[in-house]
Design a protein around this ligand. Structure first.
Ligand SMILES: O=P(O)(O)OC[C@H]1O[C@H](O[C@H]2O[C@H](CO)[C@@H](O)[C@H](O)[C@H]2O)[C@H](O)[C@@H](O)[C@@H]1O
Length: 383
């Protein structure tokens, strides 16, 4: 597909047909050719009559929604954190032969790292902080923060999150890291580095400490559209108990974790109908969350490549990138690292799921252990 601008821009020119097939739209509403103008006139959309929920059932949205997070078979009530029962233990152990524990294989991973510069990429939700019901309360523990801080002393470390860059920075609170928000569509990297050769469009800015930095925001033209669709989604889900819409600047998400499962078809249909008016936006599935993103050729995998290049680590056999993440959006990064055996993806999961990662960790406490082991190894000067 042609790029709209120069080779540098990830914005795709003719998104409409691609959009439709990705969304599985069956022409529920007349489809605007170029999306709505940025006005408030689209804030209220006509509601579907009850019983007309065939689109989201037939296009796979509902199935994807149901399988989008580990089953909550047992919930530890007062901790408010997902815990999966032992039922799937046998399957889990056989899955682990395909995705062995990064802790058990730590020695082998370190052997591969000998004489190579390790670069660490970390997802936030489900990786550094446990999955909880309220996205505003997804805090990382002090121990985890200290593990990440120590890792960053020895290895270049970046956080790549679906949240807005400001929000994830606020949650992590460490200035010594690199941050990419909005699924990699908002990357801040140091000024002293060279702009990656294949990309233009970096802008100069200052970080919260007043330091000069570069920003790469490949979806900046979508800002008003995302803002508009965010407000539309808020308006059209406000009557659904438990629904929550978040604005991540270059993408927006609709949470249904706290919505009664019987109402999932309704929330899915509302989002579907709204997206039908925005052919330049697409939907991806996260953990009990519908994520609305621009149709651009950019994802967490591209962000990893971009950061490696902008930090001066691109295409070097002396570099070993390690990416730790837990959800479907992290698969793009795992794929990049798997290709040409560039590095290691580590999936965080307590249940079996297909992945492009090489290794696995069961939960956030194992992530912390892995990070601590890296630091210990470095402190013993074994790397
Ligand atoms: O890329 P990430 O950093 O993993 O962000 C992905 C999404 O994470 C958040 O939602 C998820 O975590 C919440 C808190 O534990 C949980 O309540 C929700 O069900 C999960 O989907 C965040 O709120 C989303 O906006 C991110 O897209």
């Amino acid at each position: 597909m042609d790029l709209k601008y120069s080779k540098a821009s990830p914005v795709l020119t003719d998104p409409a047909p691609m959009d439709k097939s990705r969304l599985g739209i069956r022409g529920l509403l007349p489809c605007a050719q170029s999306g709505p103008s940025f006005s408030t006139s689209v804030l209220a959309i006509p509601r579907k009559k009850p019983g007309k929920l065939d689109d989201v059932r037939s296009n796979g949205w509902l199935d994807a929604m149901k399988s989008s997070s580990p089953p909550r078979k047992k919930i530890v009530k007062d901790v408010d954190v997902e815990v999966v029962s032992d039922d799937g233990d046998i399957t889990y152990h056989s899955w682990m032969s395909k995705y062995p524990s990064a802790l058990n294989y730590f020695g082998q991973i370190m052997d591969g790292a000998r004489n190579r510069r390790i670069v660490i990429f970390l997802d936030y939700d489900g990786t550094l902080s446990p999955i909880v019901d309220d996205p505003d309360r997804a805090f990382m523990s002090a121990d985890m923060r200290s593990a990440v801080r120590n890792v960053a002393k020895y290895f270049p470390t970046a956080i790549i999150s679906g949240r807005s860059r400001d929000k994830v920075y606020e949650l992590v609170g460490l200035t010594e890291l690199y941050y990419a928000g909005s699924h990699g569509m908002d990357i801040m990297f140091p000024d002293r580095r060279i702009e990656p050769t294949n990309h233009s469009g970096c802008i100069k800015s200052t970080d919260l400490l007043g330091k000069e930095v570069n920003l790469f925001q490949p979806a900046s033209e979508f800002l008003p559209m995302i803002d508009e669709v965010f407000r539309t989604l808020v308006e059209n889900t406000k009557d659904i108990t438990g629904a929550k819409v978040e604005n991540h600047k270059f993408c927006t998400s609709v949470h249904y974790r706290n919505v009664d499962e019987k109402i999932w078809p309704v929330i899915a249909q509302r989002v579907h109908d709204i997206l039908n008016n925005y052919p330049r936006l697409r939907l991806t599935h996260g953990r009990k969350v519908l994520e609305v993103r621009p149709v651009i050729d950019w994802d967490k995998g591209k962000a990893v490549e971009f950061l490696l290049e902008s930090l001066g680590f691109s295409n070097s056999p002396d570099v070993l990138p390690i990416y730790i993440g837990d959800d479907r959006t992290d698969e793009d990064a795992f794929k990049v690292l798997r290709s040409e055996s560039r590095g290691y993806g580590i999936i965080v999961s307590a249940v079996p799921k297909e992945s492009n990662a090489f290794f696995s960790l069961k939960d956030t406490s194992e992530v912390k252990e892995f990070l601590e082991a890296l630091v210990k190894m470095k402190e013993q000067d074994d790397l």
